[in-house]
Design a protein around this ligand. Structure first.
Ligand code: NAD
Length: 264
């Protein structure tokens, strides 16, 4: 029987133009690689490690393609405007934006320094807003586009025993911003979703694993019904799905990928 629709191409991103922030390492790197594997060209936005991002772009372009690296701090409006201008100049369009860049400043709430609170919000919340405004303007003009924000389980639950209220509040804000933008931009054909990862092994969390293996075993892994932490590869499918036409009727969704950590 001949299928009525070409379902095999639902996740195909051939020729799509994608921007991934914080894409030189960790989760962002895996997401950039996954989008490229589905056929997208990727602009890898990095704050400091330009050489690393350029090497990744060269790898992604090995079989052909037009991925590139660009240095920018997502919390700085001028930097963000420069990224959008470069995307416009080079590609003339933007189909996918993954707002992955994020930071965490741990510390108890009672004497948490205001400058660290503000730094957390500047990168994790304002960075998502600024990038979405700059790249979203192109998507609104095109009447098409998909934004995927990297939120966190920490936007839904309070992690324990480590305390990091600023981070948790920032990720809850990312989730709500996702829903607000999805609502406002649906009429322009732009979808906005988020993933909410659980504990994932990256450079960020490796240090904790090294210094506090018991916390990782007894709280992070044991907290998930699957009794383990996740890998960056386990986030790739969710982001490819949300970025692709397979998710054409999905917007404002916070897609949890946490091994069941937030179930209990
Ligand atoms: P990471 O520290 O390895 O990567 C973060 C990346 O963001 C780095 O490349 C960093 O340079 C970049 N970045 C930070 N501030 C920036 C800025 N101002 N401008 C541009 N780039 C900036 O961390 P990761 O574990 O890969 O985390 C990636 C995202 O996933 C973050 O938003 C994080 O909050 C989120 N997350 C991580 C976990 C986890 O367990 N690792 C769980 C849930 C959510």
């Amino acid at each position: 029987m001949t299928p009525k629709r070409d379902y095999a191409r639902l996740f195909d991103l051939t020729g799509r133009k994608a921007i991934v922030t914080g894409g030189s390492r960790g989760i962002g790197r895996a997401l950039a690689e996954a989008l490229a594997a589905q056929g997208a060209d990727v602009a890898i936005v990095v704050r400091s490690s330009l050489a690393l991002a350029e090497a990744l772009a060269a790898t992604l372009n090995a079989g052909g393609g037009d991925s590139f690296a660009v240095q920018a701090d997502v919390s700085k409006p001028d930097d963000v405007a420069r990224v959008a201008a470069e995307v416009e100049r080079r590609w003339g369009r933007a189909d996918i934006l993954v707002n992955n860049a994020g930071i965490i400043h741990p510390g108890p709430a009672e004497d948490f320094p205001l400058d660290l609170w503000r730094d957390t919000m500047a990168v994790n919340v304002e960075g998502v807003l600024l990038m979405s405004q700059a790249i979203g303007a192109m998507m609104i003009r095109q009447k098409a586009g998909s934004i995927v924000n990297v939120g966190s389980m920490s936007g839904r639950i309070v992690n324990w025993p480590f305390r990091h209220a600023a981070y948790n509040v920032s990720k809850a804000a990312v989730h709500m911003l996702t829903k607000c933008l999805a609502t406002e931009w649906a009429e322009h054909g732009v979808r906005v979703n988020a993933i909410a990862p659980g504990y994932i092994l990256t450079e960020l969390t490796e240090e904790v694993l090294r210094e506090n293996p018991e916390v990782v075993k007894n709280h992070w892994a044991a907290g998930a019904v699957q009794n383990r932490i996740g890998t960056v590869d386990e986030l790739a499918g969710a982001v490819v799905y949300l970025a692709s036409d397979a998710a054409s009727f999905t917007t404002g969704e916070i897609h949890t990928v946490d091994g069941g950590l937030t179930l209990r």
